[in-house]
Write a protein that binds this ligand. Structure first.
Ligand SMILES: Nc1ncnc2c1ncn2[C@@H]1O[C@H](COP(=O)(O)OP(=O)(O)OP(=O)(O)O)[C@@H](O)[C@H]1O
Ligand SMILES: [Mg+2]
Length: 268
């Protein structure tokens, strides 16, 4: 079962936590999946802050031997393991994979948020079945993000695709084709920089719940449906026009993701 998905980038602030949280919430809310979200950003964990959630028992305790089920708390239907806010670099993070393996069968998806720190990222990539790179469409962020791709390749963890987040001004930013050519990795979703995300952050409610019609929530839902292997709503024009000409590049890529879902190792 290839269901441990890590959202990674070596650049800070690109939206790893936001998209890990939104995808987990969307998989539960829109697709009725059982999801465990793990904050594996050891030195600067954020998920608790995003949800106004604190856990007495957390990932550090689990890494030190506390039974993992004690560290799981539920929020908005998503099971969540937080990380200590007082990390001193003392946890044996190489045990992450072992901890996750114990819980794999209980969940449709286990989603890992990660740190932009190279060393902290290594055990996360090792624990994951699939990597989703998060980048914004600018030269600096993309090139830095691709360092994470290199790390994943070195660790032989498959990279499923790129999510392009915080698209602000396409005139001055890379388009999807350029990103795919530079990275040789398919783009699976493109997400606008949207002012409503500030409201979601301040209210500590995922946009998927706060406003499911918001453009960010809808693209996260499209991506989540691809993860579940569910078709992305076909309308009349999609049916009568040649598919690739009609669909955007990222939709074609999501279709490939869906097709892969039905291959044996991706079934849940
Ligand atoms: N599509 C978006 N539109 C607008 N704001 C966004 C979007 N995605 C993320 N943000 C905002 O960007 C900021 C950084 O996001 P986030 O914390 O998810 O980044 P990160 O990659 O996890 O950062 P770090 O590397 O520090 O953990 C947050 O304020 C978040 O609300
Ligand atoms: Mg983060």
């Amino acid at each position: 079962m290839g269901n441990v998905l890590a959202f990674v980038s070596i650049k800070g602030g690109v939206g790893k936590t936001t998209l890990a949280l939104e995808t987990a919430t969307s998989l539960v809310k829109n697709f009725d999946k059982k999801v465990l979200l793990i904050d594996a950003n050891f030195s600067a964990p954020n998920i608790g802050l995003y949800l106004d959630l604190t856990n007495d028992i957390n990932l550090h305790d689990a890494l030190e031997g506390t039974p993992v089920h004690n560290a799981i708390y539920e929020c908005n239907g998503v099971d969540i393991i937080l990380t200590s806010l007082h990390y001193k670099g003392d946890a044996d993070t190489s045990k992450l994979k072992k901890i996750i393996n114990k819980f794999k069968k209980r969940y449709d998806f286990i989603i890992l948020d990660s740190s932009p720190n190279y060393e902290e990222l290594k055990p996360v990539i090792a624990a994951a079945d699939k990597i989703y790179l998060i980048t914004s469409p600018d030269n600096v962020t993309l090139k830095t993000t691709l360092k994470a791709a290199k790390l994943a390749k070195e660790q032989n963890t498959p990279i499923e695709g790129i999510i392009v987040n915080k698209i602000r001004n396409p005139k001055h930013e890379f388009d999807l084709r350029t990103i795919e050519e530079m990275s040789e990795i398919p783009v699976l979703a493109k997400i606008k920089d949207h002012k409503k995300m500030a409201e979601a952050l301040s209210k500590k409610i995922p946009i998927t719940i706060l406003d499911s019609r918001n453009v960010v929530a809808r693209e996260v839902e499209n991506f989540s449906s691809a993860l579940c292997g569910i078709s992305e709503g076909s309308n009349f024009f999609q049916r009568i026009l040649p598919l690739k000409e009609f669909l955007g590049k990222e939709k074609v890529n999501r279709m490939i993701l869906r097709e892969k879902f039905y291959e044996d190792d991706y079934k849940i």
